[in-house]
Write a protein that binds this ligand. Structure first.
Ligand code: FAD
Length: 284
């Protein structure tokens, strides 16, 4: 099928983009970033936006830099930018580990980090990263700018705190300390498929015991989230099989898995057990 008719807008500045959005939001005006999720849904007529606001010509949205202890990722930064570490320390390496799990090479060349956040697919790797690191996003509209913390941003399957007239201009990821250990693991049926479950673990060592622990699970529930019970199981423990198994069991007990035609909750719980343990093993 072909998409339904729409009007195309190509602003050159952020102010122009938010002015257009303010004018067309009520007529289902949508931001077009990489188009890797929006265009297929338009082709199937699952989405029929009246207006597309294409932000690809807004040069200011290509910003990718470390500022104030955070990695700042502008709205037009593509997944492929992370194929190699974009910053020193564990974050650069973590992001380049994670990006290879996202779709396929051509999709990574167009799709954007911030587009993934705005789209909020439960199985998005970048959404899990934002949550695990307690990142934030900046939303801008003609009314002004606001910063939204990761924990307040995701509101359900493909639903976020963004308002219809807001442009997500950048995401910010705090840089973990240089001695942080990070591990990511996901399970999908084939390389490039959406994950059925993923986990991201981070910790530091203090006297041989784990401190500053973070453990997030994605793909299993409607949104990724940090699992407090699993973090508690790791905190103060010596990294190793016993602690990792205890954390994985805690994560498994804590999740409320999604079900679909081919995957029941019990199977997804089992995946959470496996991906959590393996993510922690990778961190170690
Ligand atoms: C075959 C296939 C496999 C895929 N596999 C994966 C995968 O494994 N993991 C994964 O995470 N993704 C996967 N994707 C999706 C891909 O990563 C998309 O690039 C991503 O979901 C959306 O980014 P985009 O820049 O293409 O956004 P678009 O498609 O342009 O937009 C998506 C939605 O977000 C909104 N939006 C985009 N940017 C902004 C912004 N700055 N401000 C406000 N709203 C905005 C749009 O209006 C639209 O509603 C896959 C896609 C395909 C086609």
């Amino acid at each position: 099928m072909k998409p339904a008719a729409f009007r195309y807008h190509a602003p050159k500045t952020v102010d122009e983009a938010v002015a257009v959005l303010a004018a067309v939001a009520a007529e289902d005006g949508r931001v077009l970033a990489g188009g890797q999720s929006l265009v297929p849904t338009m082709a199937f007529r699952l989405a029929k936006p009246g207006h597309l606001v294409d932000i690809n010509g807004v040069a200011a949205l290509n910003r990718l830099e470390v500022s104030g202890g955070k990695l700042v990722i502008g709205a037009c930064v593509r997944h492929a930018a992370f194929h190699r570490p974009v910053c020193d320390g564990p974050l650069g390496k973590l992001l380049s580990d994670v990006v290879h799990h996202i779709a396929h090479y051509p999709i990574r060349n167009r799709g954007t980090f911030c587009g993934s956040l705005a789209h909020a697919d439960p199985a998005s790797e970048w959404c899990a990263v934002l949550v695990a690191l307690d990142g934030e996003v900046v939303a801008k509209s003609a009314r002004g700018e606001r910063v939204i913390a990761a924990r307040d941003f995701f509101r359900g399957i493909m639903t976020t705190a963004l308002r219809d007239d807001e442009l997500l201009i950048e995401a910010r990821l705090p840089l973990p300390p240089a001695d942080a250990r990070c591990g990511f693991y996901e399970f999908s049926r084939r390389a490039g498929d959406y994950a059925m479950a993923m986990a991201l673990g981070l910790y530091r060592l203090d006297g041989g015991k784990m401190t500053d622990v973070r453990l997030a699970v994605g793909g299993a529930e409607v949104n990724p989230r940090r699992i407090a019970a699993a973090e508690k199981a790791l905190l103060g423990a010596v990294p190793g099989d016993a602690a990792f198994r205890a954390a994985a069991a805690a994560a498994t007990a804590a999740v409320d898995p999604m079900e679909d035609a081919i995957t029941d909750a019990e199977y997804r719980r089992d995946l959470v057990l496996a991906v959590t343990r393996r993510a922690l093993e990778r961190a170690a």
